[in-house]
Design a protein. Sequence first.
Length: 482
Amino acid sequence: MFACGGSGTAPQTLSFTIGRDSTLLLDEVDSLAAFKENGVRVPAASLTWRSSAPAVASVDANGRVTALSKGLATIYASSSGAAEHISITVVPQFYVISTGETHTCGITGRSQIYCWGLSQDGELGSATAMQQCPELGVPCSTKPVLATHMSLSSVVTGARFTCALDASSAAYCWGANFYGQLGNGGTSQNSTPQLVSGGHQFSQLVAGRFHACGITVTQDAYCWGWDHAGQLGAGDVSSERCTFFSSDPCSTTPRLVTGAQKWALLSATDRATCGLTTSGVAYCWGLDVGGNDGLYCQSSDDLIGCAHAPIQVGSDHLFRNISIGNVHRCEQTADEKIECWGANYFGAYGSGTLTQSDTAVQAAGGAAYLSFVASRLGTCGLENSGRVQCWGNDVYGQVGNGVMKDAQLAPDDVSGGYTFESLATGGGSDHVCGITREGRALCWGWGDFGQLGNGALLNSSTPQFVQLVPAPPLAGSVIAAR
């Protein structure tokens, strides 16, 4: 029974909703809206708001939620004896990032692929609202744009093309296709993801300049695209001919890398591919990898020759990681130290000199790193503490130490004091990106086409934050970037 000053009318209890459970990227802001059952909006300021984890997601007196750190928070709203709540999951801005020659792509914490930089051949996907890059007069974007509505789990970027895996381990590629690098059996460019032929299930993809490779779930390796120097590793010269610079061997569909090896990791660059077997042995194939099999190899910089099948490289150690630049190749031993061989232009070894070696020698002064990545003419190492050091070519600021100069011969700290969880660069890249332990993405180095993602068409010698991607509309809320 209700008693209300002698009145027989029961007090009205406010009934309302404040939206639905949602996922916010780090630094996003969600202005929650409360609605009565009849659809009338309840003024947010008339409610009392509270967060169960204010260090993860805070909420102010007007229902404005700010995503502050990765984790889960419950947001409560109450008024007139009624209460409502929703769950907010805060995820990294990006958890995967990949650098190509003139563009970059990443996967957000909401499992969406965004890309930025040049889109000369549709490598940014079906993204719209791009600007014209003044240097080439073709589309580009200085900030992340949605590449595809497909849900994809990994992404790699080459020169003017992009590839990714879906949840079923199928590979899709889009962008330039003049050497068959989309792997779909044709040579026409396409800005929408094209299923790679063969029905293979891949666990890893890598992209060189104009070719791509993948390791299947059965640990076999396949490559497709440009076969100018044997970088597909099929043991012979691919029979197809694709015309771009010239009429060159190519394969528009995946070819099995020859040999009995089972593969754990691959790395690719302009005209070479390297990999680690499941037992930690390093092999390479293509141009300037230490062998010449006498097969097709036309190149003005044919320093050593071409190998169309994997040949063992490196020292007698077993390795945990391998990453190759345009003309230098490096691998990491079990004790976390790096060794390199090949050309040492700009001090890509980090050994303090420009002396090069045809056999593997100690790099970076014997420093140990949790992981490392090789760029086109340089290298970066990630320490266990999250600190990053880089060395080699610094013309565009890709060492990240606040200066731009011809060469950095020894490892130097990347500016800003950030603690990184992962690094990304590639054998065709003159820029480097990293994801911090908090979940933010930063890039530095060559940025003339917007590939740093910071809203500018400029190079940078210090890490620049990649702009937060646009938020999707969510029922019961209005999201913005902080």
